[in-house]
Design a binder for this molecule. Structure first.
Ligand code: AMP
Ligand code: ZN
Ligand code: FE
Ligand code: FE
Length: 280
């Protein structure tokens, strides 16, 4: 039975609660599902409980935002200990987010499109990390903009007038924290990291490998053929672990189906054993 090692829940910006996500994983016939919320492990406990009940194996993970040489990247951590410096660092990042959200609220007010904190929180759900997608949804519901994409393009995207930077780790520090906690570090969807050419990405990959990177996503729901071929080539050339998944979010990305990658299929079963073999 197949796998999906990249999915989001209401603990970050997904629309399925952890238990709902696990139930859905069972429905679509997955053996295991990775819980990889943005900068939080808040979905783990509920997912592990539901997984034990429904017979779906839970792969505990996180999707970290990392900043490097002016670029923003996503780094997945799997199987790290919850009692760790990494988890403590995630809590600090969460606290920094609260300040940042106040700045975004102030900016929106100044720009003549005020929101109440409560309406933004309502879109985030009770245990959710509040992020820009939730501001965008609140702006749509106020009819300030026609779509969440318009909210980003006009106000919230990096460099736009309501934007405020967020605290992030460097990839080097993030890889070290993941390893120190016994986990496995995987570069998420490298070709989807912004405006980098493939040779530029390969140069970064070589540095990240020197810092201990374990793998990269060779399966991803929205890869083009060229992107899939490039990541597969990098994985083989540098002898990395090749993981992946759908990046399921539920309603925020309705076209992405749990358990479906660019191949039209799920991630093959053997990847789970390879991932587990890298734990320490
Ligand atoms: P945050 O964690 O608050 O910085 O929000 C990051 C999320 O906002 C990303 O995961 C995307 O879902 C979304 N996002 C960021 N930039 C854009 C953009 N230019 N257009 C649409 N969505 C974006
Ligand atoms: Zn997301
Ligand atoms: Fe991502
Ligand atoms: Fe993701």
């Amino acid at each position: 039975m197949p796998l999906d090692l990249h999915a989001h829940t209401t603990a970050s910006d997904g629309s399925f609660s952890p238990a709902e996500l696990v139930a859905h994983a069972r429905e679509v016939g997955l053996r295991a599902v990775g819980i990889t919320d943005h900068d939080t492990i808040g979905g783990w406990d509920e997912a592990l409980g539901a997984g034990a009940e429904l017979g779906v194996e839970i792969v505990p993970g996180v999707e970290l935002s990392v900043a490097y040489e002016g670029g923003r990247f996503h780094l997945l951590g799997y199987y790290f200990r919850a009692d760790s410096e990494l988890t403590r660092t995630l809590r600090e990042i969460q606290a920094a987010r609260a300040n940042r959200n106040q700045i975004i609220l102030d900016n929106l007010r100044r720009l003549g499109v005020p929101l109440d904190e409560a309406e933004v929180l309502a879109f985030a759900g009770d245990k959710g990390v509040v992020g820009r997608p939730h501001f965008a949804q609140a702006m749509v519901s106020r009819d300030y903009v026609a779509s969440t994409q318009e909210a980003f393009d006009e106000y919230l995207a990096d460099g736009k007038p309501a934007y405020s930077t967020k605290a992030v780790l460097t990839p080097q520090r993030a890889i070290a924290l993941i390893h120190e906690a016994g986990g496995v570090a995987v570069w998420a969807h490298p070709p989807r990291s912004g405006q980098y050419s493939l040779p530029e990405l390969e140069a970064r990959l070589q540095e990240w490998i020197a810092w201990g990177l374990d793998g990269l996503e060779t399966y991803y729901s929205s890869y083009t053929d060229a992107e899939a071929q490039w990541t597969a080539r990098m994985q083989k050339q540098y002898n990395l672990l090749g993981t992946g998944g759908s990046d399921f979010h539920g309603a925020p990305k309705p076209h992405v189906k749990l358990g479906v990658t660019h191949t039209g299929k799920a991630v093959p079963d053997r990847v789970l054993d390879e991932l587990k073999a890298r734990r320490s």
